[in-house]
Design a protein. Sequence first.
Length: 172
Amino acid sequence: MDEQLEQVAETVLGQLGYELVDLERAGQRARPILRLRIDRIDAEPGQGVTVDECARVSRELEAALEEREDLESSYILEVSSPGVDRPLRKLRDFERSVGRDVAIRGYGPLAGGSKRLEGALLAVEGAAGSEILRLKTGDGTEVEVPLSAIAKANLVFNWDEFDFGSARSQKG
């Protein structure tokens, strides 16, 4: 069911120029909550998605979901941007994030024996199906982690690099 839902969402989003970053199903069976995080297909790191874009995607997606008989009619649809700590799920996500700080959690111990690593993503290397991430950790150590060993990953927002002056000028 979730796989079919993901396919419907990816089809609609693709037609609109967006990609599905994450799909979460929550709530109760009688009133499910569908949480989608979206991004522009051609998005540059840190570009973000506006509230108006989320509303537009929500309207288009609701029309496609209304046609589905396997989904309760009283669902709640939440569409949002991926946020500053954008999840990294697909190979393409990692490739676009080279040069950025990432946090990864492994299924088991990763390089150095910890289940969690944080550092700058230096490269994504290797053949299809056996990709390796190269990271530079906070202490300057370079480590390699197989993509297949990663249970969860996301960008790490760096407050030191955020331009508060620019953010204020865009508001007003």
